[in-house]
Design a protein around this ligand. Structure first.
Ligand SMILES: O=c1ccn([C@@H]2O[C@H](COP(=O)(O)O)[C@@H](O)[C@H]2O)c(=O)[nH]1
Length: 271
């Protein structure tokens, strides 16, 4: 899927919502625990109830790999269940020396057929370029993350006053283009989102941090929306754990719909 196709999905669904599938076995309703694959059964219901409001799904790989081979199996089944027109993100935060990155890319783009993967920029170009060699696949590079600790390194100024995340953006935008490279920009970063947008006007952002982390959707749209929307705003816990009982799927759908409605208003306001 290219950026034009993504934008056309956003327009037709009036949504730039990414649903995060951070499925924790301890939080799955009791009645599902009897199933052969409770994680998949949970995800299936979440997808059934949210697909009409979502343009992307983002399983966080940690939740699956923590369960060993069974977790990878649940992940694969989940990936196959996601409707084909919806963008998929492996939130794996990989990146290593070139030959190792190449195998990470094969794992997520060939063995599994994800559209994109999150990658850490810290090891530089030879750790990122192997992912970009895969046709019709995307790298989503960590730029300005939503967590508190992002302040430890990402906003440190160099001697000329440039912040580290700005150096990452300036360098990395040469490695790819708006059809194969996105950036992770936290919803909790307020006006700094505008600084990211100024440096990469046409790239999509994956924006975690609304919902459970308290980031503002209005600020994200105000500071981050581009001519082609350029935003995929993720909510994981706020959607998938909105309900605790048998009606968890319905409750997730209601949360997703609420966000979609807010997004429709923001698309009207800022596009
Ligand atoms: O800067 C980042 C990068 C990734 N994440 C991931 O996004 C989701 C957020 O989950 P919520 O439950 O909506 O808070 C989760 O998978 C994180 O690992 C992030 O939060 N911030």
């Amino acid at each position: 899927m290219n950026s034009k196709e993504l934008f056309s999905q956003i327009k037709s669904k009036q949504s730039f919502l990414c649903v995060g599938l951070d499925t924790d076995p301890a939080k799955i309703p009791q009645y599902l625990q009897r199933e052969k694959d409770p994680i998949f059964e949970f995800n299936k219901q979440i997808i059934d109830h949210t697909a009409e409001y979502a343009v992307a799904y983002k399983p966080n790989i940690a939740f699956y790999e923590a369960l060993g081979p069974k977790g990878w199996e649940s992940l694969q089944k989940t990936l196959e269940y996601i409707p084909k027109e919806i963008f998929t993100i492996a939130d794996a935060k990989r990146g290593d020396i070139g030959n190792t990155s190449k195998l990470y890319a094969k794992a997520f783009f060939e063995s599994m057929d994800f559209d994109s993967i999150t990658v850490a920029p810290y090891m530089g170009r030879d750790s990122v370029l192997p992912f970009l060699e895969f046709k019709d696949k995307w790298v989503i590079l960590l730029a300005l993350t939503s967590n508190e600790g992002s302040e430890d390194f990402q906003i440190i100024p160099s001697s000329d006053g440039e912040l580290l995340f700005e150096s990452v953006l300036k360098k990395s935008r040469q490695w790819g283009n708006p059809d194969n490279l996105m950036y992770v920009v936290g919803a909790t970063r307020g006006e700094n989102i505008a600084k990211v947008r100024a440096l990469v006007p046409d790239h999509f952002f994956l924006v975690p941090g609304v919902g459970a982390q308290g980031g503002s959707l209005e600020d994200v749209a105000k500071y981050g929306m581009s001519k082609q929307c350029g935003l995929l705003v993720n909510s994981s816990r706020g959607i998938i754990y909105a309900g605790k009982d048998m009606d968890f799927g319905k409750k997730a759908g209601e949360e997703a719909e609420k966000l979609q409605k807010e997004m429709a208003i923001l698309l009207e306001k800022y596009l």
